[in-house]
Design a protein around this ligand. Structure first.
Ligand code: G3P
Length: 215
């Protein structure tokens, strides 16, 4: 499973990338707004740090405007993938853009039928938002399982990015289900490393090592 980092924070991206953990980056307008810097400055820097796909969201409304904006965004850097919301206009734009060879990540996906349509429109990636579904008492990972089954049934090439990840169990389930990618906040990436028995083990080894004559 590929791991993407879901942030626009350059320090987090640099730190995770230095461990070789980052296969790609996903951003959205809210994540970019949090950084208090210019859009272009942030995207340029992310593309300079990471050698992999960088998802950047188009914010236009209407299919023609989405297509125009997507073309402009992808001119910034060859690794950019355009995020387009799963709406009627979004699907129309995705069909057009995928025909032009532009990679689209269809975002804000909350149902298996939406994901089916994304694949048929030629989306390169689809992003089911599991945490937001969990937040309203729907099982987000069940949606991922359904999408994987549908894509497998019909051999769609669209890759599934498990998005809106909130905890390590989302990551574990994504890997067990065979999702293509999990995109996660830096905080969740750090949680994946932690195990209390590792910490206790280190403490014990260090304590015992003190008892060993050093020559
Ligand atoms: O990748 C989508 C993600 O950014 C949404 O996450 O936590 O705002 O639901 P969240």
């Amino acid at each position: 499973m590929k791991i993407f980092i879901d942030t626009a924070n350059l320090e987090e991206i640099k730190e995770a990338n230095s461990l070789g953990l980052v296969d790609g980056v996903t951003t959205n307008p809210s994540l970019i707004a949090k950084e208090g810097k210019g859009f272009r400055e942030i995207i340029d820097e992310i593309c300079a740090i990471v050698n992999g796909p960088v998802s950047v969201e188009a914010v236009s409304t209407g299919s023609a405007a989405l297509v125009k904006e997507a073309r402009e965004i992808t001119r910034i850097h060859p690794n950019i993938v355009v995020k387009i919301p799963l709406t009627w206009d979004g699907l129309k734009a995705t069909k057009q853009l995928s025909g032009e060879g532009i990679k689209v990540n269809m975002t804000l996906v909350f149902s298996p039928n939406q994901a089916l349509l994304a694949a048929k429109a030629g989306a390169f990636y689809v992003s089911p938002f599991v945490g937001r579904l969990d937040d309203c008492s729907h099982d987000g990972m069940e949606l991922v399982e359904q999408i994987l089954t549908i894509y497998d049934n019909y051999e769609f090439a669209t890759e599934v990015i498990v998005a809106s990840i909130r905890n390590p169990l989302h990551v574990l389930d994504a890997a067990l289900m065979g999702a293509d990618i999990a995109t996660m906040p830096f905080s969740v990436m750090k949680q994946l490393v932690k195990h209390p028995l590792t910490d206790v083990g280190i403490e014990r080894f260090l304590a015992d090592w003190k008892k060993v004559p050093k020559k």
